[in-house]
Design a protein around this ligand. Sequence first.
Ligand SMILES: Cc1cc2nc3c(=O)[nH]c(=O)nc-3n(C[C@H](O)[C@H](O)[C@H](O)COP(=O)(O)OP(=O)(O)OC[C@H]3O[C@@H](n4cnc5c(N)ncnc54)[C@H](O)[C@@H]3O)c2cc1C
Length: 367
Amino acid sequence: MDSVHTTVVGAGVIGLAIASALSHAGRDVLVLEQHEHYGQEISSRNSEVIHAGIYYPPGSLKARLCVDGSRALYRYCEQHSIRYQRIGKLIVARMQDEESELETLLRAGQANGARDLALIGREKLRALEPRVKAVAAIHSPHTGIVDAHGLMRQLYHEAQAGGAVFSFGSRVTAIERSADGYLVTVEPENYRFVTDILINAAGLHADRIAALAGVDLDAADYRIHFWKGSYYSYAKPSPVSRLIYPLPHAGLTGLGIHATLDLGGRLRFGPDAEPVYAPDYRVDPGKQERFFHAAASLIDGLEQESFAPDMAGVRPKLGGQGVRDFIIRHEADRGLPGLINLVGIESPGLTACLAIARMVGELVRAI
Ligand SMILES: Cc1cc2nc3c(=O)[nH]c(=O)nc-3n(C[C@H](O)[C@H](O)[C@H](O)COP(=O)(O)OP(=O)(O)OC[C@H]3O[C@@H](n4cnc5c(N)ncnc54)[C@H](O)[C@@H]3O)c2cc1C
């Protein structure tokens, strides 16, 4: 039977970054991807924002890997000529009584190590973004946007150059513990092979892969719930040149509908948050009014008829109360040595991908 040292399930931005890091560290790496191309699921349906690390609980993996990952990602984009823009972001208080929330958020962001955050008042705000409706804001100059496809292309080529082998159209359907590691079954050919180390970077389906490998999802609290996020585009030239976010109110799934720009300067609003039973990428045309009102509460002078359904992505949310952290874990203590699970890699996973790959590299070295 064939055997391979390290197998990565999933060729989204996380699996690609891991494959690139491990192959360059001299590991023998196989990547299994169910689609015919990399980056067909979460990694190609997101806001492409390089987050600064403001929102996440201090000390969490999300905070640490976002702050480290953002620096690493800017450097990587420079080194490999991947398109990005450090356009900055404003988180706005629309009423005086929201200002204390801004201050709390500012302190959390600074504690996380997000750089050069500043609280700005009405005048500075007007000078930066005259059309934004707010009394104060946090200015985050190091938030940016990136060409996620360009990033994945580079990681893919780099992984291949390091010797990683990619098998597309290969869906993992069974995993059994064996004396030498894990016996993995791949469809459609019913191909079976053994791997010493199995890295689960399966995005929306990471809980399913963990369960196949023997993790009790309820005991581990690994069950993923799908939360769809839709976007509406704005057909007119953008009246803002930065990303504009409302304050993230408690209980919100996501950061609230906000203004995002792509590298072509196109303005979009979203994502909203809606639970779905299965990944579904249709955008409801009946949401125009809701998106317009959310957008118009942030920016003056928008025209409702210029809002059109754009695209949707699906978040792999872990259940339970409050903000759940990324799960990135060697499962030796569950009796599954050599299995590394990455579950619940929602935002800021794109920003954090290189830092996540570094962390997984350390876990692999320690096995
Ligand atoms: C609406 C939205 C907006 C977001 N905005 C941002 C943002 O602005 N900035 C940011 O930093 N992050 C953002 N994120 C988060 C970011 O996009 C994700 O964290 C990241 O893309 C996750 O990558 P991944 O590789 O884990 O998942 P994916 O890209 O989904 O890759 C997982 C891969 O595993 C494959 N797979 C699954 N099961 C199997 C199987 N059985 N066999 C073989 N292959 C399998 C899938 O086909 C898929 O290709 C956003 C997410 C969403 C949903």
